[in-house]
Each structure stands twice: as C-alpha cells, then as structure tokens.
Design a binder for this molecule. Structure first.
Ligand code: DOR
Length: 447
C-alpha cells in the first residue's frame, strides 16, 4: 500500500544533504518524514515539483518590523507578509522598536502580538543596554528570543553600548552568540559635522567611514576574545573588516546584506538619494568586490536583509535628518537568485548563506536544511521565471524598494512553513500561523 503523507512534493529538484537531487519529499505533522520516492496515490495534498527547485526555507536573521512604536512604517503582519511573498519562512526581528525590547515584558508583548498575525516563524532579539547588562544571561534564555543585539554605534532608535567597560559587562552576561552592529560611536560623534555640512547623502559613507566600521569591529573582536564570548558581526561593509574577520573564524561569524552586495557608491546616492541611506553605509566598488570575494572565500556565514522600512515622506526629509535604512525582506531571495544567474555565487552557496548558515550561527532547532525530522519549511523557486520587481508586488507598509524596476531571473513561487503552503504565485494563502522558533541552547527552558 502507498504510504500516506499530509503533503508530498513530487518530482522537483530538491536541495537535500546530498546536494541537488530529483527526489520526492513527504511531510507528516509539519515535519519532513521522507526524502525519496513517493507514490502519489497515498492520499494527502500534493505539490507538483516538475520544473521547480525546492530549497530549505529561507531564514532572514535580520529584520526591523517597527511594532510596537511605528506601525505606520511596518507591523508584524505586513512585515511577515512581505517575508513569505519573498520566499522567507523565518525571521529574527531586531529590538530597536519603541519601546525597545530590553526586558521580559517587552519580549512577551512582541510574542503575543505575533500570535495569529505573523505569516512566518519568528524570534526576537533582546537589545543590550547599560541598564539591563547584568540581566542579559537570563533574558537571552527566554523562549522566542534569538539572542542579544548590541549597537556599538547610534542608528535608528536609542539602543547603544558605546564604551568598552559596558561592552565587557554585556559580553560576560550570557553564553549565546551575540549579534553586533559595529560602528564606533566616538568616531561617529567626532565626524558628525561632515554630514551636517554636506546636506547630501553622498556624504553618508564619508561620515560613517571605513575606519568607523574597522575600529568597532577590531574592538569587539578584542573584547570577544578577552571575555570568551562568541559574536556575530552584522552587515559587514569593508575589505578591512573582512581581513580582521578572516583571522577570527573561531570566535566570530559574519553577515552581509543584499544591499551592500548590489548597490555601489556614489552611483546609488545619485540615483536613489536618501533611499540609499543606511547604516553602515553603502560603499564604493572596491568594498563591494571585497564582500563578494569574502563570500567565495567562505568568510561570510549568512546573508540577512536588514529590512529597515521608513516611509517615503520620512525619507524625503533633508539629509542627515532623513532616517537610515531600506526595506529588503521581500527582495532578499530574488536578488540573490539574480546574482546566482549572473554567476556571482552557486546555488549551494546561496542555500548555505540563507538557511543552513543562519541556523548554525544561532543554533536553531530543526530548521535550515531538508532533513528527515526537521520542520517542513520549503522555499520553492522557479529558476526560469523572469519578473521585474514592482511596487504592486511589495507588501511592506513603507511601499517602496530601492530595487524597483530590476529584472530578475528566478522567482519564489511557493513558501511552505511546517507543511502549510502560506504563499503561492504571489498571493498569501489561508491565515497567518507563524510560530516562535526553537533554539537548541534553550530547549530545556521551553519544555
Ligand atoms: O540603516 C539602518 N536602519 N541601520 C540600522 O542599524 C537600523 C536600521 C533601522 O532600524 O532603521
């Protein structure tokens, strides 16, 4: 008799532990139950995979969704809707909301808001501050928390840990890998006049210059060694930092964004104005090349979108009063598929950077690979579908993308989360049923 599954994906090219293979996948109770040959007559739902590529669900480990505090930019419903439309199955959300996520009450509030409204699985960062530095060891173990985020330089919101003494206290409080925004606050303050005087976003990478990023990354690597704490350096932008990080693979993992891999100064500032303004800034071609080189050398461990929506009205304020950040959760995978088609990375590298990579960095339980026993999270793409990124497709409440008009070959056409098809052909399906992510380091606390 044919085996029965709740869902079977038949005849697709699947990214299995053996690489790309034409095999079927059977799902039971939200988990992968079989990888192999499946008789389609066993009952249950079927996805016909012919002509399609089945990837492990994409994990975007860096998004800012603005709820609570600024739902006119984004909320958990619109942000996660954008995620699943872009083929993303899991997001880790940043703590610089209003109020910031710095205690157990704020974390519980975000988890409650996400329930029944989040389209994808999710976890939230706790923000480090001088006030909560000694409680972080306890906070980072709470269910639904993906770890601690440290802003070494000021960006959107008030979270900041600028000095070495507080950084030491923060790094000594807790054991999970800490996520770092590495820009040196004293140097940012010293050079703020450059931005004020210029009045143009062309000055953004000059104000927040290469040395601002290099100095912070060098400092945090030194402190990580001193305190024995593992770190993850977010949105790395310079060749200089990549050289330091290559010497620190035992203690530090590395993230880059699609924006820094795709856009280039000064062209992006001329073309997009303050829409191209983000922290750390988009830099010139020399640094962009260095990021691609670091991808091919294996120095980079994951790619996160740093989805940071602001409205067009807010972006229209004169620089530097205009806010920093661009949306990106929905365009992360299409952009990477585009780069793959252009020969900048292989499918295997793309998969590692967007699923197994983030799962390894943050010790995600049962996600990030197509493995029997893991959650049935799949990003299904048509590598031959050609589309243009258009505002009508974008779900983010901010309503724009710096990549509008870009022609892409390769498109996410289905997003499956724990066996539920939540997106099909650019439409969300059923209802929002995203769940908090589980982490191997804190499973006991969640039992
Ligand atoms: O450009 C940025 N925008 N960088 C950050 O670090 C924060 C983000 C935001 O939340 O707007």
């Amino acid at each position: 008799m044919a085996e029965t599954f709740d869902l079977a994906i038949i005849g697709g090219q699947c990214w299995t532990p053996e690489g790309l293979q034409e095999v079927d996948i059977g799902v039971r109770a939200g988990r992968i139950a079989k990888i192999g040959s499946i008789d389609p007559h066993g009952g249950g739902a079927i996805i016909k995979g012919e002509g399609l590529t089945i990837l492990p669900g994409v994990i975007d480990s860096q998004v800012h969704f603005r709820e609570p505090g600024a739902p006119h930019k984004e909320d958990l419903e619109t942000g996660t809707r954008a995620a699943v439309l872009g083929g993303v199955t899991t997001v880790f959300e940043m703590p610089n909301t209003q109020p910031p996520t710095t205690d157990a009450t704020q974390l519980a509030d975000k988890l409650a808001r996400a329930k029944g409204r989040a389209w994808c699985d999710h976890a939230f960062f706790i923000g480090a501050a001088a006030e909560n530095a000694r409680e972080l060891a306890e906070l980072e173990r709470l269910p639904g928390c993906c770890g601690v985020k440290i802003f070494m330089g000021s960006s959107t919101g008030s979270l900041l840990v600028p000095d070495d003494d507080t950084l030491r206290t923060v790094l000594r409080s807790g054991r999970r890998r800490a996520a770092i925004h590495a820009e040196d606050e004293p140097r940012l303050k010293e050079r703020a006049a450059i931005a004020q005087a210029s009045g143009s976003p062309l000055a953004h990478p000059e104000w927040r210059d290469v040395e601002t990023a290099r100095r912070a990354t060098a400092r945090i690597l030194r402190l990580a060694r001193e305190t024995g704490r593992r770190i993850h350096v977010l949105h790395v932008t310079t060749a200089e930092e990549m050289m330091l990080l290559a010497e620190a693979k035992d203690i530090a993992t590395v993230e880059v964004t699609p924006q820094h891999l795709t856009l280039e100064a000064p062209d992006c500032y001329r073309r997009l104005g303050t829409k191209a303004q983000m922290n750390p800034p988009i830099r010139d071609g020399h640094h962009r090349q260095a990021l691609w080189q670091a991808i091919s050398q294996g120095i980079v461990d994951c790619i996160g979108s740093d989805h940071a929506p602001h409205t067009l009205e807010e972006k229209a304020k004169p620089y530097p009063t205009s806010p920093s950040g661009m949306p990106g959760v929905q365009t992360l995978l299409p952009l990477l598929l585009h780069h793959m088609q252009e020969g900048r990375l292989s499918l295997g590298r793309l998969v590692d950077l967007t699923s197994a990579g983030p799962a390894r960095i943050y010790n995600v339980a049962n996600k990030g690979r197509i493995v029997v026993g893991y959650d049935a999270d799949f990003t299904i793409v048509d590598l031959n579908r050609e589309k243009t990124i258009e505002s009508s497709w974008l779900a983010s409440r901010c309503g724009w993308s710096p990549f509008e008009g870009m022609r892409i070959k390769g498109w996410p056409i289905m997003t499956v989360i724990r066996g539920h098809t939540v997106m099909r052909d650019d439409e969300v399906q059923e209802q929002a049923q995203g769940m908090p992510v589980r982490f191997t380091e804190t499973l006991a606390a969640q039992a």
